[in-house]
Design a protein around this ligand. Structure first.
Ligand code: BGC
Length: 349
């Protein structure tokens, strides 16, 4: 890499991170220590999974700073759902001297402006969670992606639902041998929404469960939207619904909110499955309100992203990072049921 490393004065350790979060990428001025500056832009800071992942990212950055003595300044910006805003944020972060930028794309089909600016300024980009198409990642050799394999989460969710149906005859409320379901989908066009739904339902069928789709709704990963959409499907299909397949935990929780608001007796609830294992999702699995979820390893993704960013920014240790096709890091999902809950979460406070 040819980029000149900027040796600026940096604030120290925890203070540096705290200051960076408040004031941006600019470091302190007292001493000349080696420090790195990491810019992050997220598609929506109110997304539960993303905000919990970012908490872990800043925690790991502080730990790395303590371990290595290298100042790590992190600035996290919220694109608030606008790709145009996000493009500008990347430009600003580069002007502020960030060594590497992590981008949670608003529109995963529109990375071109960002990759062009990054290449021109020779600042590596680590995309995460919202996966761009492979050809876009090939546009420059300093583009990376950290995430997970969407199809694996769909398969696991389908297996969990099949297992529940085959083990518990009471889930087949009308006794017709068919699992009648509705789906709550994430954003249209998001790799995880498309793939999770398809694989979850196909897996259910492959496991020998006959299914019937009653309806679906796009709730954009959001709990409140899922509550509204579930309420309307409850009024349309009522007790015919035996299964709610949600593309993430927040939407599964929204479905639970709807069931509670409609005062549907607990024993009449359909089976509900989520994906993510957010704090709130895990609590719902623990209490039995959600039948199961699939853990989307936010800690693993945050840690691997931090390690990659650190290696790129310090130009050291990249050889120790295992990259698929020289560009990808994907963390595996895992199943969480009431029996296994508690063994899963890896470090959120
Ligand atoms: C998560 C969702 C999240 C979305 C944001 C998905 O991988 O499962 O909870 O809303 O990413 O892009």
């Amino acid at each position: 890499m040819t980029k000149k490393r900027r040796q600026r004065g940096g604030a120290f350790l925890m203070a540096a991170l705290a200051a960076a979060l408040l004031t941006g990428c600019g470091g302190g001025t007292e001493k000349s220590v080696k420090s790195i500056k990491i810019g992050v832009t997220v598609y929506d800071q109110y997304d539960t999974f993303i905000s919990q992942m970012m908490n872990m990212f800043t925690t790991y950055a502080s730990q790395k700073e303590e371990e290595t003595g290298v100042g790590i300044n992190v600035e996290i910006l919220d694109a608030s759902g606008s790709q145009i805003t996000q493009n500008e944020q990347v430009r600003t972060l580069i002007e502020k001297g960030c060594d590497v930028i992590c981008v949670n794309l608003v529109d995963r089909t529109e990375p071109t402006t960002i990759t062009d600016i990054a290449e021109k300024n020779e600042v590596p980009i680590v995309f995460f969670n919202r996966e761009l198409v492979a050809e876009d990642l090939e546009r420059w050799n300093q583009l990376y992606y950290v995430g997970a394999d969407a199809f694996q989460s769909g398969i696991m969710q389908g297996e969990l639902a099949a297992d529940a149906f085959l083990r518990d005859p009471s889930l087949d409320k009308n006794g017709d041998g068919v699992f009648q379901y509705i789906v709550l989908e994430g954003e249209a066009g998001h790799q995880d929404a498309i793939v999770r739904t398809e694989y979850a339902i196909n897996t259910l069928m492959e496991q020998g469960v006959e299914v019937e789709k009653l309806g679906y709704a796009i709730a954009n990963w959001k709990r409140a939207q899922a509550q509204t959409k579930t309420t309307s499907m409850l009024s349309q299909f009522g007790s015919q619904i035996e299964l709610i397949v949600a593309n993430n935990d927040d939407m599964a929780l929204g479905a639970i909110d709807a069931l509670k608001a409609e005062e549907i007796p607990r024993e009449d609830w359909p089976a509900i499955f989520g994906i993510d294992g957010t704090k709130e999702g895990l609590a719902a699995v623990k209490s039995g309100e959600m039948n199961a979820t699939v853990y989307n390893d936010k800690e693993g993704q945050a840690l691997q992203m931090l390690n990659l960013v650190y290696a790129l920014a310090t130009e050291s240790g990249l050889e120790d990072i295992s990259l698929e096709d020289g560009k990808y890091i994907r963390l595996p999902y895992s199943k969480v049921t009431q029996e296994t809950e508690g063994q899963t979460e890896k470090g959120t406070s």
